[in-house]
Design a binder for this molecule. Structure first.
Ligand SMILES: NC(=O)c1ccc[n+]([C@@H]2O[C@H](COP(=O)([O-])OP(=O)(O)OC[C@H]3O[C@@H](n4cnc5c(N)ncnc54)[C@H](O)[C@@H]3O)[C@@H](O)[C@H]2O)c1
Ligand SMILES: [Fe+2]
Length: 381
């Protein structure tokens, strides 16, 4: 089945196999004549990237790339990217990659025209209004993983390399104006990345669905996103070339990110400091901490999760759902404890403080405090 479509929600999306061939159209639509392709170091030499640069070149868009980008990208990567953007006289960004390449690419387009440090635009109150919106360069986003949904997000996650804190930088115009979702680009992901990113999408849908805020649109999207992950993540892991599964996982990733404006929760509040301090993979970290977070929230979400379980065809209500999550993790090879990702128990009080300062806390069904967060870290490590 060749799943294809042209969507305009939440932004303009060209969805389907081989849609990467439309990269020049996408740039034209976004008003970009001299793009800088921003990606991470790991992707820089892979055939999908080289071929995309070739496509750009053959359409007189040049083949400029900036790839000095770490997983969990930081402000040093950003400064270097902005310098490359200015030095090359670029007028827009092709953000290409997993969340790392996408987030940094979006930030290069954003920061190229700003005068304050990036931290001044953190997602706090209305800090985004400090930015000069007219100076934000247009963005075309091309995801190569299926998890973060950053391609349809208005924020980037940037790690402060000095304080080791992950900050969410927000501006409505950071939402890419055109997205190319080509499932074939995700076929070469290593298994561990397919699993980790897929579990990130699942975590976004689960936390958005569980958050107590009123947002029925997000609620519906999150529930269907959970179903897509349940049906198709095991298939994508089993057979990496299963393009139908890859397509549905790309949709699930975008659905998670669309839904989580309703709120995230403890999973992300824990995962952000762990990722920032230990440089673990974000989605895999979410998958490890998920069961104790579900348990903590049980009193507030038991009925809601029972409804989700029924929709997903799981019997046993909340318990059935929790059992399913544990089974899914072990089937996909997710480690049971954070220790297996290299996280020790010697910095728990520091991690707890960082988790409580994370904006994701706001969407957790049970109010988070130092006791329950520390207990979550102990249970997860
Ligand atoms: N902006 C948001 O809303 C949002 C949401 C969740 C997570 N994030 C952030 O996104 C980042 C994680 O992104 P991610 O999980 O997509 O991982 P990633 O972008 O860090 O990529 C992981 C690894 O996979 C490689 N890779 C990516 N695509 C590949 C492909 N098609 N073939 C082969 N290798 C490939 C990369 O080179 C990298 O080494 C974190 O920094 C996280 O904080 C952002
Ligand atoms: Fe996430």
């Amino acid at each position: 089945m060749n799943l294809t479509g042209n969507w305009s929600y939440p932004t303009s999306i060209k969805f389907g196999n081989e849609r990467i061939l439309e990269i020049a159209d996408a740039c034209k639509q976004a008003g970009i004549k001299k793009p800088l392709l921003v990606t991470d170091r790991g992707l820089a030499t892979l055939p999908i990237t080289v071929e995309t640069l070739g496509l750009m070149d053959s359409h007189n868009l040049g083949h400029a790339m900036f790839s000095d980008v770490d997983p969990n990208p930081n402000e040093k990567n950003l400064d270097a990217g902005v310098a490359a953007f200015k030095a090359g006289g670029h007028d827009g960004v092709i953000a290409f990659g997993g969340g790392s390449g996408l987030d940094l690419g979006k930030m290069v387009a954003f920061m190229a025209g700003q005068s304050r440090p990036v931290w001044d635009y953190e997602d706090v109150d209305d800090w985004w209004t400090r930015a000069d919106s007219d100076a934000i360069a247009p963005i075309v986003a091309v995801p190569t993983t299926a998890g973060t949904g950053s391609e349809v997000g208005r924020a980037s996650v940037i790690t402060n390399s000095e304080t080791h804190v992950k900050k969410i930088i927000f501006h409505p115009k950071v939402l890419p104006s055109v997205v190319i979702c080509d499932p074939e680009l995700t076929v070469g992901m290593p298994k561990v990345i397919t699993v980790g990113t897929g579990m990130d999408a699942f975590a976004h849908c689960l936390e958005a669905f569980s958050s107590p805020h009123y947002h029925p649109m997000s609620q519906g999207i999150a529930l269907e996103g959970l179903r897509l992950v349940k049906e198709y993540l095991p298939r994508a892991v089993e057979d990496p070339t299963d393009l139908e599964a890859r397509a549905h996982m790309m949709s699930a990733a975008m659905m998670g990110a669309t839904a989580f404006q309703k709120g995230l929760g403890a999973i992300h509040a824990l995962s952000h400091p762990i990722g920032a301090v230990y440089n673990t993979h974000h989605g895999m970290t979410n998958a490890v901490v998920m069961p104790p977070c579900l348990e903590l929230n049980r009193p507030m979400i038991e009925d809601k999760i029972a409804e989700a379980a029924a929709y997903l065809g799981l019997s046993g209500g909340f318990n059935g759902f929790l059992d399913y999550v544990l089974r899914l993790r072990s089937d996909l090879g997710v480690p049971d404890k954070l220790r297996e990702l290299g996280v020790g128990d010697n910095r728990i009080s520091e991690l707890t403080e960082m988790a409580l300062a994370d904006p994701s806390c706001g969407g957790n069904p049970v109010a988070l405090n130092s006791e329950n967060v520390e207990a979550l870290f102990r249970a997860s490590i």
